[in-house]
Design a protein around this ligand. Structure first.
Ligand SMILES: Nc1nc2c(c(=O)[nH]1)N[C@H]1C(S)=C(S)[C@@H](COP(=O)(O)OP(=O)(O)OC[C@H]3O[C@@H](n4cnc5c(=O)[nH]c(N)nc54)[C@H](O)[C@@H]3O)O[C@H]1N2
Ligand SMILES: Nc1nc2c(c(=O)[nH]1)N[C@H]1C(S)=C(S)[C@@H](COP(=O)(O)OP(=O)(O)OC[C@H]3O[C@@H](n4cnc5c(=O)[nH]c(N)nc54)[C@H](O)[C@@H]3O)O[C@H]1N2
Ligand code: SF4
Ligand SMILES: [Mo]
Length: 712
């Protein structure tokens, strides 16, 4: 071999001599779906890079994507379908064939349907989203209404807030903004670094002003903030009310827009009067002068846009109304549906309709509308109505108490029981089921409780349809064959539908036929998409402009932006829900004297992703051991030094961790990354939920910290 060939071989460069081939595919460790180039030799991925020019990844991969090989080649991949032979949780299984597995699952689910009704089977999905329209069609054709997913605690509380306010979703138009309100915003860790860095450019070139509201010091607060407000977690609603009060008092509101397009303004203006700067400063701990300075900055530099946060603001027991109050700031200042403010979007996401693709119709065409209540509907009726799903927060109780009806089985796709608070109770509920099946890539702790486990392949081993938010679609090509006997989730669902005897022409015909149905109105087909190695622009994409909805009226009962929600006013007040976005403190029954600190769990780190990467060696480098961020003063008060073993405790239980003493942490708050099994933070989150959305207080639970006994 020549020196040049040798170098090429070592550098894993693709050409005929090295035998290395490149496949342009899509990273699916998170739902962004960045373009990724997989370098393949002898059926194995030997290197990955970002696809140059890709409109989602921009040629870059985040640290999670860079570690792809460590993720997909994890040793605990499930190799074949498995049947449990040991006790639930013991992890003793025997391999079975796919046909045996389908037969057993289908016989069991059909039996429960016959004996106890189709709702006695709950269909669950964790974070993974791409297969969901197929999954929903299967579930609804089977006849169950019990489709339960991570939407019970991710993003959809925000979606509800938008639905109630205006009936539309929006995005911040930062490029044309004068000021950007980056509320609970640190996309350097949770989103696209390239897109987030654009804000640095708008700051430098357009003079964009930025107010960051985040209890922590983060790259966003350091690089972007002109003003950084640091509230106690979960007190943001009070701050939003205070801003509204100041804007109204100073007459920095848009009277024309309000009189034409806003419903409930007068009543809200009266309500927010109580949120004086003094009172709000006490609630949030933000210095009074900072609140006033931020209010000036937000009103003297319009147009103002506001970040669309997926979770931190709604991971509280008061989050849905907080989010409504924050968006209301855009409405009363005339920045809603305005260039440089909030721009309407045609809501499209991995598993929801948008831009002419019929994901929702494909699923909901067969929805069993006529029948009973979903899981959680009695406690969280508003969530179940607007989001059209069961609310997971009531799942364990429902199973254990068989109230209002028995649930006999869960069929799950990528279920991690530690995703939810009070997860031990969920595990107990799972143990009590007649039957539990789980489809996952890895033999997780949850899968170990299943009667049948099915091996899914990773995104690199299948073709996947993706509808991006930017009006582009992609059908990825598999880089390698499915490892072992694993299969694509979509194929598993279509084959299971047949085994269940579901007579649906699309599920019978398979994944591509399902996607062709969804693509129908766009004129595209899977075959056409597969001809391309890149994302394809949807001919049906509508790029909304500001003022689109103000002309015709919003999608609400009054056709206005409803600060006072008509839906709540007319139908949900009897459940104790409040039509105005009023502030209530985050709820937690624990006594602040014993538990003076606030546990805020889940702020993202660059290379963690819920539970899925903690078992991947490469990804654990940044935080090899679970550790809690503590402010130096709080640490010193408790004789804790950086790196010490500590106990984080509250009435729900305790966690054993390392102390990560850092002044990026706000005093009085403890920050913790979630998803570790060795430090399962959701086991100590109290069972108190937002009555509007059912969302848990993952980011505002009372706690305390002490040094580990007997350790220096
Ligand atoms: N690397 C990585 N990226 C991810 C994920 C991941 O696990 N890892 N998960 C993805 C998913 S599923 C989601 S939902 C999104 C979530 O992503 P984001 O919505 O961006 O949420 P976070 O990164 O959790 O939080 C953003 C900031 O909010 C702050 N914050 C926390 N609580 C509060 C509060 O009460 N008030 C205020 N004002 N700020 C608060 C945190 O300190 C943090 O700096 O991230 C996605 N991206
Ligand atoms: N304390 C606390 N808890 C939280 C949060 C928080 O901020 N704090 N965030 C919440 C939020 S926003 C979210 S979205 C949830 C997410 O929580 P989870 O649903 O737990 O997310 P993951 O751990 O990413 O994925 C769950 C399972 O899916 C499997 N999986 C991965 N890819 C595939 C696939 O292609 N097919 C199949 N069948 N399985 C696959 C993984 O191996 C894993 O076992 O966590 C929530 N829980
Ligand atoms: S893990 Fe990183 S590279 Fe992969 S899709 Fe998500 S953001 Fe993109
Ligand atoms: Mo999420």
């Amino acid at each position: 071999m020549s020196t040049e060939e040798n170098i090429k071989e070592k550098a894993k460069i693709a050409d005929e001599n090295t035998g290395v081939k490149v496949c342009h595919t899509m990273c699916e460790i998170c739902t962004r779906g960045c373009g990724i180039d997989a370098y393949v030799k002898d059926g194995k991925i030997i290197k990955v890079e970002g696809t140059k020019g890709n409109p989602t990844g921009f040629g870059y991969l985040c640290q999670k994507g860079q570690g792809t090989r460590s993720y997909i080649y994890r040793e605990d991949r499930i190799k074949t379908p498995l049947k449990r032979v040991g006790k639930r949780g013991e992890g003793k299984f025997v391999p079975i064939t796919w046909d045996e597995a389908y037969k057993e699952i289908a016989e069991k689910l059909n039996l429960y349907k016959q004996e106890s009704g189709p709702d006695s089977v709950v269909f669950f999905s964790g974070y993974t989203k791409w297969y969901r329209p197929i999954y929903q069609r299967l579930i609804y054709s089977f006849g169950s209404k019990n489709y339960c997913t991570d939407d019970s605690l991710c993003y959809f509380s925000t979606f509800m807030a938008n639905k109630l306010n205006s009936g539309i979703t929006t995005r911040p138009d930062q490029r044309f903004s004068g000021v950007f309100l980056a509320w609970a915003f640190n996309r350097y860790y949770s989103g696209s670094i390239v897109e987030t860095k654009r804000l640095e450019q708008y700051k430098a070139e357009n003079g964009l002003k930025i107010v960051v509201v985040d209890p922590r010091i983060t790259p966003a607060s350091e690089k972007l903030a002109d003003i950084h407000l640091r509230p106690l977690p979960g007190t943001d609603g009070a701050l939003a009310c205070c801003f509204a009060n100041l804007f109204i008092e100073w007459d920095r509101i848009d009277h024309g827009y309000i009189s034409k397009h806003v419903y409930g303004f007068e009543e809200y203006a009266e309500y927010v009067k109580e949120f004086t700067v003094e009172k709000t400063s006490e609630i949030t701990t933000i210095p009074q002068e900072d609140i006033i300075a931020a209010a000036h900055m937000l009103t003297e530099n319009g147009p103002m846009s506001i970040a669309e946060g997926a979770s931190p603001l709604v991971h509280h027991t008061n989050g849905m109304q907080t989010y409504r109050a924050i968006m209301t700031l855009a409405a009363i200042t005339g920045n809603y549906d305005r260039k440089g403010g909030q721009i309407p979007t045609n809501y499209a996401d991995v598993s929801r309709s948008g831009d002419g693709v019929l994901e929702d119709a494909f699923a909901l065409d067969v929805f069993p509308y006529s029948r009973g209540k979903k899981v959680g509907q009695i406690k969280y009726p508003l969530f179940c109505e607007i989001v059209e799903q069961g609310q997971d927060m009531d799942l364990a109780r429902h199973i254990l108490e068989k109230d209002p009806y028995p649930i006999r089985a869960i069929f799950a796709m990528g279920m991690n029981y530690r995703m939810l608070p009070a997860d031990e109770k969920l595990l107990e509920a799972i143990k009590s089921l007649d039957f539990f099946a789980d489809v996952d890539i890895f033999l997780t702790d949850t899968a170990k409780y299943a009667d049948i486990v099915l091996p899914a392949c990773s995104g690199f081993e299948r073709g996947t349809f993706r509808n991006y938010k930017n009006g582009k679609v992609f059908f990825s090509k598999p880089a390698i064959e499915p490892l072992y006997e694993s299969k694509s989730d979509a194929d598993i669902l279509c084959e299971l539908a047949s085994a269940l005897g579901i007579d649906d022409p699309y599920l019978k015909a398979g994944y591509k036929a399902c996607i062709d149905y969804m693509l129908g109105p766009t004129g595209l087909t899977v075959d056409k998409l597969q001809e391309s190695d890149e994302q394809v622009v949807l001919p049906t994409f509508i790029n909304y402009e500001a003022g689109t909805n103000t002309a015709t009226g919003y999608n609400t009962e009054t056709a206005k932006y409803e600060i006072k929600s008509k839906v709540i006013e007319s139908r949900y007040q009897k459940y104790g829900l409040e039509p105005l976005p009023k502030y209530v403190p985050p709820l937690d029954p624990a006594d602040p004297k014993d538990y003076p600190l606030i546990l805020c769990s889940g702020g993202r780190l660059v290379n963690t992703m819920h539970s899925r990467l903690h078992n991947s060696k490469w990804h654990r480098i940044q935080r090899p051991q679970p550790s809690a961020d503590i402010h130096p003063d709080d640490a010193m008060q408790r004789s804790i030094s950086n790196g010490d073993d500590i106990v984080l405790y509250n009435p729900q239980g305790e966690l054993h961790l390392k102390a990560h003493v850092t002044n990026t942490c706000k005093k009085g708050v403890v920050f913790l990354v979630h998803g570790y099994k060795e430090a399962d933070v959701n086991s100590i989150i109290p069972e108190v939920y937002d009555p509007y959305s059912g969302y848990p207080g993952l980011r505002s639970a009372r706690c305390n910290v002490r040094p580990e006994q007997g350790k220096e």
